[in-house]
Ligand binder design. Structure first.
Ligand SMILES: [Zn+2]
Ligand SMILES: [Zn+2]
Length: 377
């Protein structure tokens, strides 16, 4: 592999951009990938997305996806290529995922794909869960017309280069709920003249923390985390009028997600009405479950038989790749980043450069398998 690709990863690392703002990253990719003389480059897909295509237009297409965005974390200054942007850093290794696709592109440029088209997708805004929806809604995605899609994530804490696979759910669904309760303020000496959301807020915290009991769900991966709450102010003369409650809901299936969210909505409406409170609920960071196609998982295993490990249960974190597998067959898999590597989103985490070639080889093996499978259709 070319030393330039490692250098390219370091440049991306130095110039990270947050979700939805990855325009500079996209133009760096367009410039860097041009050297591999692809057959086509689509730009501004979704928003700042890029699709780089190798192979003839009539051949069936396999798509490989990576992400463009960094996370809002301050990076310590010890790396020679540390982030130049304050409080933004590539702490999820998306710079490494881009470099993996650069190594794939290099291989494809030396050995042009026959009977298959390979589309490399660079997706914005993964961390907020918005990017994959923007991509599939762009007519260019339909025009490229992928028949299968694959994506990977590096996973610290697992042996370097191991391939982690799972049929069905690979990563959990999750979403943030903000519940706002509004009543009427009063003098603290006469709280009965106002309408305080305090006890309703407490009831809803308890309801969320015991959500499985209230919904009859028994999957231990379906649960709520109360991540924050605000009620009134430190003003001892005033009874509060307003409360906000922040809950992260997580589940192994989209079905469980819907049941839990509906139950919280019903409970909020009911309890707010009893007290005469206004209520409002807002969703953010909405991720569907990443659900893998069985045959695509088997294809990954067959392509890389000596290195795959089957996961017993899905990862609890979320990933917006699930949007693609709602539209076409595909699979998302993990690539062990090493046992001693700091966890994702940790300030000391950095994508290991020696994983670039490992990831590229896994993808190239998958492309070989896809050639056989797609030419049968
Ligand atoms: Zn992340
Ligand atoms: Zn990530």
């Amino acid at each position: 592999m070319h030393e330039d690709i490692i250098q390219f990863r370091h440049t991306l690392h130095q110039t990270p951009e947050l979700s939805g703002q990855e325009f500079q990253t996209a133009s760096r990719i367009i410039k860097f990938f041009s050297r591999f003389t692809p057959d086509n480059i689509y730009t501004e897909v979704g928003s700042s997305g890029v699709i780089v295509v190798f192979g003839k237009a009539e051949a069936p297409c396999v798509m490989l996806r990576c992400e463009l965005d960094a996370v809002p974390i301050e990076e310590p200054p010890n790396l020679p290529y540390a982030s130049c942007n304050s409080c933004v850093a590539h702490k999820c290794g998306h710079d490494g995922h881009i470099a993996i696709l650069a190594a794939v592109a290099e291989a494809l440029s030396l050995n042009a794909p026959k009977n298959i088209r390979v589309a490399l997708l660079f997706q914005p805004a993964e961390e907020t869960g918005e990017g994959s929806r923007q991509i599939v809604e762009d007519p260019v995605f339909r025009q490229v017309n992928p028949k299968m899609i694959f994506g990977l994530h590096n996973v610290p804490g697992y042996e370097h280069g191991k391939i982690l696979v799972r049929k069905g759910t690979f990563c959990c669904a999750s979403r943030g709920l903000t519940i706002t309760l509004t009543g009427k303020t009063a003098h603290a000496a006469q709280p009965e003249t106002g309408c305080s959301p305090a006890s309703t807020m407490a009831q809803l915290i308890d309801f969320a923390e015991n959500i499985r009991e209230h919904t009859g769900l028994n999957n231990p991966l379906s649960f709520c985390t109360v991540v924050g709450a605000r009620l009134g102010d430190k003003a001892f003369g005033t009874a509060p009028a307003r409360a906000e409650l922040y809950i992260t809901v997580r589940s192994a299936t989209d079905d469980d997600m819907l049941k839990m969210v509906r139950a919280i909505e019903r409970e909020t409406a009911e309890k707010a009405e009893i007290k005469g409170l206004d209520w409002h609920m807002e969703y953010s960071d909405v991720f569907d479950a990443t659900s893998n196609d069985d045959r695509c998982v088997e294809l990954i295993e067959k392509a890389n038989s000596n290195r795959t490990v089957q996961l017993q249960s899905p990862f609890r974190w979320s990933e917006d790749f699930g949007v693609y597998t709602q539209h076409l067959p595909g699979a998302f898999f993990g690539l062990g980043a090493g046992i001693t590597i700091p966890p994702l989103h940790h300030p000391d985490y950095d994508f290991p450069d020696d994983l670039i070639i490992e990831g590229a080889n896994v993808f190239l093996n998958i492309i070989e398998q896809c050639k056989q499978v797609l030419s049968e259709h």
